[in-house]
Design a protein around this ligand. Structure first.
Ligand SMILES: NC(=O)c1ccc[n+]([C@@H]2O[C@H](COP(=O)([O-])OP(=O)(O)OC[C@H]3O[C@@H](n4cnc5c(N)ncnc54)[C@H](OP(=O)(O)O)[C@@H]3O)[C@@H](O)[C@H]2O)c1
Length: 441
């Protein structure tokens, strides 16, 4: 058999240790699929003495000198499952420039400075694969990067963060508030001790940037993504959504559009939104991920599965390792980054959305007309209005009443200005909930 393809594994935590196990458990099959055995040349970690359970690997392979390992002549492929921006960026740039193939799960780095990695890959004529960086085990990036390259993707809508999906699903199922559902997620190991990256939408925004870059052939970074988390979603919002036949999900949405001069643009956003129960993403519960792709010729495609966890993520890593190892043996490299379209990113204010707004208003004649006047002034068209008394009195009695208004599609800035003006009206006691609505009801 051909001489082995030698791997440097950077990181041996949740994902890295599963990569080691899979490499060992499937070594014969992997060798047969590639045409050469895979062999670990070394494993870089931060702490040599850490208990890693019973890993099927020689202790002598561990080192704290990641850069030294990368630079070794007998390393062909670098697998990075450490995370973070530095030192990972420096390591991967070094590896790629030296012509070593890189497989990484590092969404934060790809979303912040994917350009540095792609440029280094072009310079070193090396492969850069990162399937595991978005939606864990779900084959998603290679379909966007390869299978759909004959088509035109118009929109990508996804649930790409398992922690927040678990929390919102629990709120929906039990009527719990955010804090209570977060506590349950933490107890069950779905949320980290510091859940900020998940609940504030940073993790989903990084994935949105990676998905949008591939879907629209444009370099998009996390800074281009409008981001809102789920910490403000209340039990009342969830109840309101239910009353409308909807559920609330943290969505990443990347879509083509046009600016005022009719030039093509792209908008990328992450925020909680109400979606009708009939929407394909509504039934994605628990910590699962799913991504809904709409393409010109292919139509609607749905990708669903486990978006995180050691073994599911290691599955995606190993798939990439097989691909880059085969390329090395064949003396070829995969197609390089496709960023030719270079579309401008549309600001959130110009994104077209719908709003669901709940207001406590004084229950007296003329209030509805005043409220409707605010929407009209901002050229936001109202789709439906529902009114209920919250004070238990007769309509027109002067008690508070609840108004629930759903708008037609309008620029986000016009909707935000409408809500701002409503908050200042003396007939409006409070604006109790503002949520965007996605998908056809
Ligand atoms: N966990 C998931 O479900 C998941 C899913 C998709 C993508 N990812 C991505 O996969 C990557 C790894 O995640 P993880 O959950 O496996 O992280 P983790 O459990 O925290 O493991 C990180 C590993 O990196 C090592 N490390 C940290 N700093 C280092 C340094 N300066 N030099 C050498 N080694 C260093 C650590 O060494 P010690 O063991 O000695 O501390 C540890 O082995 C991240 O980019 C993450 O975003 C994770």
């Amino acid at each position: 058999m051909t001489s082995p393809v030698r791997l440097a594994l950077l990181g041996c935590g949740t994902v890295g240790s599963e990569v080691v196990r899979l490499l060992h458990a499937q070594s014969a099959d992997l060798a047969a699929r590639i045409g050469a055995p895979l062999e670990l040349a070394g494993i870089a970690v931060r702490r040599l003495g850490r208990d890693r359970g019973a890993l099927p690997v020689d202790e002598a392979l561990f080192t704290t000198d990641a850069l030294g390992l990368i630079k070794r002549d007998d390393v062909d492929v670098v697998i990075e499952v450490v995370g973070g921006i530095e030192p990972a960026r420096g390591w991967l740039v070094e590896a790629l420039r030296a012509g070593k193939s890189v497989v990484t799960a590092n969404k934060a780095l790809l979303a912040e400075d994917g350009a540095a990695l792609h440029d280094a890959a072009a310079e070193g004529r090396a492969d850069l694969y990162y399937e595991a960086s978005v939606a864990g085990a779900i084959p998603l990036l290679r379909p966007l990067r390869d299978s759909l390259h004959g088509d035109r993707v118009n929109r990508v809508t996804g649930i790409v963060n398992g922690t927040t999906n678990f929390i919102l699903s629990a709120m929906d199922a039990t009527g719990a508030g955010f804090a209570e559902a977060l506590e349950e997620a933490t107890a069950l190991g779905y949320a980290e001790a510091d859940p900020t990256a998940d609940v504030e939408g940073f993790d989903a925004a990084a994935k949105a940037a990676i998905l949008a870059s591939l879907a629209f052939h444009t370099r998009i970074t996390a800074a281009d993504v409008h981001r809102e988390g789920i910490t403000e979603v209340t039990a009342a919002d969830v109840a309101s959504a239910k009353a409308m036949g909807c559920t609330i999900k943290l969505l990443c949405i990347a879509a083509r559009g046009r600016d005022t001069a009719e030039a093509e643009t792209v908008s990328v956003r992450v925020h909680p939104a109400m979606i009708p129960l009939t929407h394909p993403l509504a039934s994605v519960g628990d910590a699962f991920n799913a991504v809904f792709v709409e393409a010109e010729a292919a139509g609607q495609l749905m990708f669903y599965g486990r978006g995180a966890g050691g073994a599911p993520t290691a599955s995606a890593v190993l798939g990439d390792v097989v691909a880059v190892a085969r390329n090395r043996l064949a003396g070829v490299r995969a197609a390089s980054e496709s960023a030719y379209a270079d579309l401008a990113v549309r600001p959130m204010g110009e994104a077209l959305t719908r709003y669901h707004i709940s207001l406590d208003v004084a229950d007296r004649p003329g209030v509805l007309a005043s409220v409707a006047g605010v929407f009209a002034r901002h050229e936001v068209s109202i789709a439906t209005v529902r009114q209920g008394s919250t004070g238990g009195g007769r309509p027109g009695s002067g008690d508070d009443a609840e108004l629930v208004i759903v708008t037609h599609v309008a620029p986000d800035a016009a909707l935000a200005a409408t809500v701002g003006e409503l908050r200042g009206l003396d007939i409006v006691g409070s604006v109790t909930s503002v949520l965007r609505v996605e998908g056809e009801a």
